[in-house]
Design a protein around this ligand. Structure first.
Ligand SMILES: Nc1ncnc2c1ncn2[C@@H]1O[C@H](COP(=O)(O)OP(=O)(O)OP(=O)(O)O)[C@@H](O)[C@H]1O
Ligand SMILES: [Mg+2]
Length: 243
């Protein structure tokens, strides 16, 4: 049944179990993980290393298919989609900042940022202009023509962020987006990310260990052993010792 609250939800997972391997090598990454993020919201996901944060992001992004449970993104159930439909869905709606950046080493910095636009069919000249503008926003003007491996870790991370933001995705997922950034650069990036979230058509999910950026969150979901333990609106309620 449709309720007003249901319309506010951008991302919903129910009863997600996700394990890797089997027998003695079996690792359970998610155990009945129920997660919800609202439209217009920037929600953070925190928890100790290995608790399942990246796995949950991959499930929400549709790049990992859980053994059990349902995933819904902006009203679309992902579990019923074919691989092709999932790819189309991701290209259109998703921006992902990977924990390991995942830049394409053979492409220039500018070309890396153009990728999401080009695969959507944006004209070359428009893609160049948008990618340049986004690189300037993340403080990388003048580095467009170089290769990613000529950049520092923090600079590469900003290329990854520019690539995820350039097509203004409805769902932006960031896995430790400030891990290689200094405090001021991290705050600037988070301000951009937060600005993007301020629309009922959008939602941002950020995994982080960086308590300096907690203030940008509307809510913070705490994960433990493959499930969401609790959700708080005020970061001061978190037990930060184990994060
Ligand atoms: N592809 C995989 N194959 C086997 N095990 C995996 C795989 N991906 C994740 N795992 C395991 O699942 C568990 C959760 O991993 P995950 O990467 O989601 O943790 P995390 O919370 O993101 O940790 P971190 O903060 O260190 O990034 C870990 O025990 C990990 O070893
Ligand atoms: Mg991780």
């Amino acid at each position: 049944m449709s309720t007003p609250a249901a319309h506010a939800v951008a991302v919903r997972t129910r009863g997600i179990d996700m394990f890797f391997g089997d027998g003695e090598t079996k690792v359970t990454a998610l155990k009945q993980a129920d997660f919800e993020a609202n439209r217009g919201e920037l929600i953070m996901l925190v928890g100790p290393s290995g608790c399942g944060k990246t796995t949950l992001l991959s499930v929400i992004a549709g790049t990992l298919t859980p053994q059990t449970g349902t995933v819904e993104v902006f009203g679309q159930r992902l579990d019923g989609l074919s691989q092709e439909e999932l790819t189309t869905f991701r290209r259109k709606h998703l921006g992902f900042v990977f924990q390991s950046f995942n830049l394409i080493p053979t492409l220039t910095v500018l070309e890396n940022v153009m990728v999401p636009l080009l695969i959507q069919g944006t004209a070359q000249a428009v893609a160049v202009a948008k990618a340049r503008a986004m690189l300037e926003k993340v403080g990388l003007k003048g580095r467009e023509e170089g290769r990613p491996n000529a950049l520092s870790g923090g600079q590469q991370q900003r290329v990854a962020i520019a690539r995820a933001l350039v097509h203004e995705p409805s769902l932006l997922i960031c896995d430790e987006p400030t891990s290689a950034l200094d405090k001021d650069t991290g705050a600037q990036i988070m301000q951009m990310v937060r600005d993007l979230s301020r629309s009922p058509e959008r939602c941002v999910v950020v995994v982080t260990h960086d308590h300096r950026i907690f203030r940008f969150a509307d809510r913070i979901a705490e994960m433990e052993d493959g499930r969401i333990r609790r959700v708080v609106e005020d970061a001061s309620l978190l037990d930060t010792n184990h994060l």
